[in-house]
Design a protein around this ligand. Structure first.
Ligand code: PMP
Length: 444
């Protein structure tokens, strides 16, 4: 299997060179919070199947829902038809979303969910007779996916820089990274305020040409699990309102309970104009995404096809009934298992462990928002000097964690904590013990 993989699979991001030493583990099965490889070894899934898995692997109720749906109808189309599961899921999403989001546009991955939001916002202003509003405000260090539109509104040079010539330019605003505040503030609320001042300056200068702003609310994920100060998302919403800019919230990573609320925006009492969802929507079972919009946004698209008022976007697998059935089963489990209500002690436990970890001489910063956390490793705690990229400290800690029976993926020198929401306290203890031991083993 490893030979086939080495010879034929082109893996995302991963550098094959590293694997000349360590071929990837071959996962053949999952059970609760654990992944099981072809030799029967078990690994706690510390990244919840790349930030998707909510209820653990191979959850009986979701498996059953999928099996039942396959015997009914596997796929048709939402072009000219609908299907029962897509219709019911849309209603369910509207019921649980921030109030005012009332239309659901389906696609099949996070990048397209964001890109659809960007296209909607662009076309919205065209239909309002504001043809100059064609630009977008994005944040430094943001990640919204890997399609060209999603990359355009991204802000991580390492991932996005090489594609610059292909991208549409955006107006980039500073994002609060309070540990390394670019304004030199050491207090997180002051760091947030400085970012907001700069955002307001940009909006004032460009409001006539800006269609929308794209934000990962509460946590910038792939940028390093960077948590925004309280009130930041609310303040961004207010600025968007004041300057006539549509707010597009990318909840692809933080949606579906990750921050402790069903949706991150709800923690700040915010309704975005457009909200992108994917990853956790099917609890990690099948590819599905949804871009939700307000009535106000939707109304701009009513009209005759030939008036060019329609939204020119459609995917083959839009509203796939098997994926929608999985999503419905997942949402039913949120209720029947009281999943959100079960989170506070787990969140508290992670917080307690992080408070101990911060004492380690190479742990520069720990940050947490609900059931997601980042542990930033530094060479010099006093100066915050990072470990040099070539030392691959994050990768080495994660490789060590595998020996402790834990699968992790780092973001540079940041260790990511992103377990299934259903993980038990014992499993979280195993996870945090393993991370602690791995850091100890790698950084002497
Ligand atoms: N937005 C955010 C915030 C994400 O974290 C990701 C994926 N990590 C995406 C969008 C892209 O999703 P996908 O990989 O499904 O295209």
């Amino acid at each position: 299997l490893q030979e086939y993989d080495r010879n034929y699979v082109w893996h995302p991001f991963t550098q094959m060179k590293e694997w000349e030493r360590d071929a990837p583990v071959v996962i053949v099965r999952g059970e609760g919070s654990y992944l099981i490889d072809s030799d029967g070894n078990r690994y706690l899934d510390g990244v919840a199947a790349i930030w998707t898995n909510v209820h653990g692997h191979c959850k009986k109720e979701i498996n059953e829902a999928i099996k039942t749906q396959v015997d009914l109808i596997e796929h048709s189309t939402l072009l000219g038809l609908t299907n029962d599961k897509a219709a019911i899921l849309a209603k369910r999403l509207v019921d649980i979303a921030p109030p005012g989001l009332c239309k659901v546009f389906y696609s099949d991955n996070g990048s397209t969910a964001v890109e659809i939001g960007v296209k909607m916002a662009f076309q919205y202003w065209q239909h309002q007779g504001r043809p100059r509003k064609t630009k977008f405000i994005s944040f430094k260090n943001a990640y919204h996916g890997d399609t060209i539109g999603a990359v355009s509104v991204g802000g991580i040079d390492l991932f996005h820089g090489v594609f610059r010539p292909l991208l549409f330019p955006t107006i980039q605003a500073p994002a609060p990274y309070c540990y390394r505040c670019e304004f030199g503030e050491s207090d997180s609320s002051r760091c947030g305020r400085r970012c907001l001042q700069e955002l307001e300056r940009l909006m004032t200068a460009h409001a006539d040409e800006v269609a929308g702003l794209v934000i990962e609310p509460l946590v910038q994920g792939a940028g390093g699990m960077i948590v925004q100060p309280d009130g930041f998302v609310r303040a961004v919403r207010e600025l968007c309102d004041r300057h006539g800019i549509l707010m597009i919230a990318d909840e692809v990573a933080v949606g579906f309970g990750r921050t402790g609320a069903m949706f991150a925006c709800q923690r700040e009492g915010v309704t975005p104009d457009i909200m992108a969802l994917s990853k956790g929507i099917t609890a990690g079972y099948l590819p599905l995404a949804a871009t939700m919009a307000t009535q106000e946004v939707y109304n701009a698209f009513l009209g005759e096809y030939r008036e060019m008022k329609t939204f020119f976007h459609g995917h083959t697998f839009t509203g796939n009934p098997i994926a929608c059935a999985a999503a419905l089963a997942s949402l039913a489990l949120f209720e029947s298992e009281g999943l959100l209500e079960s989170l506070p002690p787990k969140i508290g436990y992670i917080a307690d462990r992080l408070q101990v970890m911060i004492e380690h001489p190479s742990v520069g910063n720990v940050r947490q928002c609900g059931m997601v956390a980042g542990i930033e490793l530094v060479r010099n705690k006093e100066t915050k000097e990072p470990f040099p990229w070539e030392e691959r400290v994050g990768v080495r800690v994660c490789r060590e964690a595998l020996r402790h029976g834990i699968f992790l993926r780092p973001l540079g020198n940041i260790i990511v904590v992103f377990p299934p929401l259903s993980s038990s306290l014992e499993e979280l203890k195993f996870l945090m013990d393993g991370i602690e031991a791995s850091i100890e083993a790698v950084i002497l």
